[in-house]
Each structure stands twice: as C-alpha cells, then as structure tokens.
Design a protein around this ligand. Structure first.
Ligand SMILES: Nc1ncnc2c1ncn2[C@@H]1O[C@H](COP(=O)(O)OP(=O)(O)OP(=O)(O)O)[C@@H](O)[C@H]1O
Length: 231
C-alpha cells in the first residue's frame, strides 16, 4: 500500500487565510499524520478521500493517480475505494446495527432507508461478533460494539485502505484506551492498511509505523517507528 501526496490548497474564511502545501510519501501499512490543531490534517485527509479538491498537485494511491491537476484527473470519492472511520463513528441513530452497515452499500446518501443488506453484511456482523446486537440501535450498544459497527460499515465495500479521522477523540480516556487496543487488534487481524490523522501522541505511538508531522500546513518530517527518516 502506498500514498504519494503533493498538493496545495488555499482556504479562506472569517478574514483568515490558510495555505496547505503538503508533500509526503509512505509505503507503510499504518501511517499517522499528526500535528497540532489547525495544522491542516483534516484538509489533507479530505483531499486524499476525494472530498476536497486541491488547487494543484497530485495524489497517487498504489501508484495510480486519483488526482492530478496537470492532467485533469479527479477520481470521485466513491471510486477511490477507501473506507472511513470518523470521530465518534457517525452512526445513524435511527437505524439498527445491520442497517447502519448495509447503508454503506447503497448508492447515494440522500435517503437512509432501512435496507438490510446481504451476504457481505452478514460476513462483517459475524467477523466482528455483532450477531446478538444486529437489531439494536447505536444508543443501545457498548463503545466497543459501536466502534465495530462503524468499522464494519467502513469495510463492507471492500476498500483498499481505511482513512481514520481522530477516531477516539470524542471518547473518555478509559474508553479511548480500550477502543484503541481493540481497533489495533481488529486491523491486524484483517491486515487492512490505514492512514490516520490525530493530534494524540498515544495514537502516534500505537499506529504510526510511518509518522508524518504536519505544522502550519507544511510537512515538517516523516519518520518510521524505528526512528529512521524518509522524505
Ligand atoms: N472550509 C474551510 N474554509 C476556511 N478555512 C478552513 C476550512 N477548513 C479548514 N480551514 C482552516 O484551515 C486550517 C487547517 O484546518 P484543518 O481542519 O485541516 O486542521 P487540523 O490539523 O485538522 O486541526 P484539528 O486537529 O483541530 O482538527 C485551520 O486554520 C482552519 O481554520
């Protein structure tokens, strides 16, 4: 799994201007982009996901361009084959566990109907031991069950990698520790490559085989967990 990112994006709002000018490459299975609040982590992840169009530059995933301003390539988010895990998991409260997972299979996000899914949904429900709670709604779940539901929803479309946006930051410290360990175990088990953004040093220590340090919109360093540098 590899990501090559070299993009610029200027955003303006509230009389302030922010310049993102990010360049890094990684071929690690688990990469963490870290840095202080306002560094440009979310903008970078959104650009990789296809949710934000850079002003210029290129993004390659596994050597394939998903964005290239020079040649006019801009592959739609859905076709980039990436799964997402967001802060506090963003489950639909009115849908059951099964419906939340199945929802990812539907085209279009306009009408979250009560679709039950098929074999792929069953497979992830089994893999993450959610059978007992498949008909329950998110508020009836434990933190671990909620995370596994969100993870199943992210994986049901068979993405080539998972993008994680501060997945534990909304949790209290004790639950955060447990969810981190559980996510680590599940991702190891299925061998899913991941790219996470976080400002939490604990996340960097757990998941940062490759660590991209971002500050004020610019990459300040890329290191491996062993400490060796790579630009
Ligand atoms: N849509 C937007 N319009 C204008 N400015 C924006 C927009 N999105 C982000 N910014 C600004 O760009 C900068 C970088 O934002 P970004 O969300 O990428 O930071 P971050 O590193 O993810 O921070 P945090 O850890 O707090 O989420 C911030 O100064 C933010 O105010």
């Amino acid at each position: 799994m590899s990501f090559e990112v070299r993009i610029r994006k200027r955003v303006e709002g509230g009389g302030r201007r922010f310049e993102l000018d990010v360049a890094f490459g990684t071929d690690a299975r688990r990469t963490v982009i870290h840095g202080p609040s306002g560094a440009g982590k979310s903008l970078t992840l959104q650009a990789i996901a296809g949710l934000l169009k850079p002003d210029e530059g290129a993004i390659h995933i596994d050597g394939q361009p998903v964005f290239d301003s020079a040649s006019g390539i801009d592959v739609p988010a859905r076709e980039r084959r990436l799964g997402f895990l967001f802060q506090d998991y963003a489950l639909f409260p009115q849908l059951t566990v099964r419906q939340n997972i199945a929802f990812a299979l539907k085209r279009g996000w306009l009408n979250p109907s009560r679709h039950e899914g098929g074999e792929a949904v069953d497979r992830w429900i089994q893999a993450f031991e959610l059978e007992r709670v498949a008909q329950q709604r998110p508020h009836q779940l434990s933190g671990g069950q909620r995370q596994r539901t969100a993870l199943a929803r992210a994986l049901v479309n068979e993405p080539r990698a998972l993008l994680l946006d501060e997945p534990f930051s909304a949790l209290d410290p004790e639950l955060r520790g447990r969810m981190r360990a559980e996510l680590d175990t599940l991702l190891e088990r299925i061998g899913m490559p991941m790219l996470m953004i976080t400002h939490d040093p604990e996340d960097v220590a757990w998941f940062g085989d490759r660590r991209v340090m971002l500050r004020e919109g610019v990459v300040r360093g890329v290191t491996s967990s062993g400490g060796s540098a790579r630009s």
